[in-house]
Design a protein around this ligand. Sequence first.
Ligand code: DGJ
Length: 733
Amino acid sequence: MRHSDIVAIVMLKAPALAPLLLVPLLHAEIRYLPSPKLWHLSAANVSYVFGVNNENQLQQVYWGPRLWRDADLTPPHTGLPWASFDTPGMTTPEEYPAWGGGRHLETCLKLTRADGVRDVILQYVTHSIQNGALTIHLKDKIDNIRVTLTYRISPTGILEKKAAVHNSTTQTITVESLQSGVWNLPLDSSYRLTTTFGRWAGEWQLEQEDVRPGQKILESRRGLTSHQANPWFMLDTGRASESHGRVWFGALAWSGNWRLTVEQSTHGQVRVTGGYNPFDLAWPLKPGESLESPSFYAGFTTHGFGEASRLLHRFTRDEILPNKRLRPVLYNSWEATTFHVTEEGQKALATIAAKLGVERFVMDDGWFGARNNDRAGLGDWTVNPKKFPRGLKPLIDHVHQLGMDFGLWVEPEMVNPDSGLYRAHPDWALHQAGRPRSEQRNQLMLNLARGDVKEYLFTVLDRLVTENDIQFLKWDANRNMTEPGWPEVPPADQKKLYIQYTRNLYEIIDRLRRKHPNLEIESCSGGGGRVDLGILRRTDQVWTSDNTDALDRLRIQEGFSYAYPTRVMMAWVTDVPNFNHRTTPLAFRFLTAMQGALGIGNNLNKMSAEDLDFSKRMIAWYKSVRATIQTGNLYRLASPRAGDFTANQYVSEDGKQSVVFGLLHAQHFGYPVPPLRLAGLDEKAVYRLHPLHPDKLELPTPELSGAWLMDHGLSFRLTGDYDATAVVLERLE
Ligand code: DGJ
């Protein structure tokens, strides 16, 4: 019996264990089975199998619960043609189809050779399995266009696919579409797609719709990830719920133009193809050159949307984020002072923030150049001498003396036409020769695809961080690409801009981090416009949304939590009335924001002594549970979309602590909040409960079993509008 068989049996004999607890027992492995010519990637509760078919092409065989019996696996065979209209290419779940040879579905590669020939038929050549990665080499049936596919699988069963196309011919080829890969799903007619859509200040709106024949395109053509759509998907069958049912899910690690094509063929095959957005893309490859795709990650669970999110969260925390440091409580000046920052004003805010227990003070927009509003100064990254006559040092020293670290807002990719930078380099802004330049928020976007712009920005940021004791940058980007021209390069190369821009952005951040290992970075694009696994590889947190209204936030945070972990989700408490002109109590705002990485954005000068004291107590309480909130497993117990009550529970990785938040939006007809059944606990364990507000929780006895808490539930005494509380559970030995 092989070791892989043994671990599979361990899994079968332990069905009662919570799924994530099985993970350490089941290691990740990639095996090649030579006689059926199949690769079997397996880890945790997942198997992914594909192989070489009778046409010497790659064909997907299986993706779902972990398999243990190799003898079940037989060599793949192409599908049958359908009448004279559909070739086998249309009826076969191909693993990496290129456009050519009778394929009319979305393909992974589309190119044009210099001689005009566009047909590509990829066939298997060879493979290797090394250092946890499977590499497969493919080649066109006729000429020397080659493709390398790379696969990995994480211990929790998250698969990674990426592809590179190599021009080993003697003529230039132009790549018009390069996808990381396609995920074929098991045949089933009841798939439902879940993802998020939105707009500025309304990001992360969950949408669910049935998958029907045809294509559903999720994409950005804006040069950045976008507020409008985000590169992740979940597909469930049989109407999965939060805790039950089969869910396949994935996320693309790219912050530029991206596209996911969710498609159901008329033969019933559901597939998700993802990679660079082919819109307006052309990447010429001279002989010997290559182009690599971003990574596309995907996973599977039989335990519903909640488990799908927890698997993505854990993977992102363990394998994507650049460090494991807990997020400090930060103060951000934007909503308090907007552009009107001064040394004295910021010092005053910092003094109060430190008394509240804030650990990081961030000065937002307005500190540089002639930046008194959004009409001027962007691009001139030198300290405004009127606002900071002695430079930034006195403020930074003050912040440090108060025991906090210092962070600074920057928006490096942008320029106001009214700035020294634009006057010196008008050609650095994105534009197309002889065409108007569209301004948004009175700003243009620099063409970061240019090597000189990249070097300039690196130098400016490096100098800023070297000359000042800055531990954190909030990296903002308040518009999307328009007129994305690149007149300085030959016309054939101009459409390389989208990919090269994002690559250079990544390079600047990577170089900065290498040179300043303690520097942390927040990705912001007018809120959540640049959040994806590509940017999260090199940033520590993201600004979720410019909408800080607590009630809207509950839905924003829920949508965000489907794909991304709590740890990176910045959530501020701010002044009211807020967005929607809504006024919510300070406790409700805190209990909402404390479900992410907590920030404070109030004008502290205007807060009453009572509110300051309350904030101080809330921040201290948050610190006592933040490890569980930021790195624990999230259970979404009551959705803000489903009714007037939201509840979320966080369970620490070791199961010793759990934190439950309950928030009533509005009470109706005097009805009480129904008992809330908890999740993720050990039914045999006993927990001691520490309510944040003892009067808001019905608690006959302070110690309760996991079974009682999960099967009977907790009753919150919440009344009226915007009433909220939390309770901490400590597991007793
Ligand atoms: C947009 C960001 O999302 C805000 O938090 C703030 O930093 C402003 N830009 C500053 O201009």
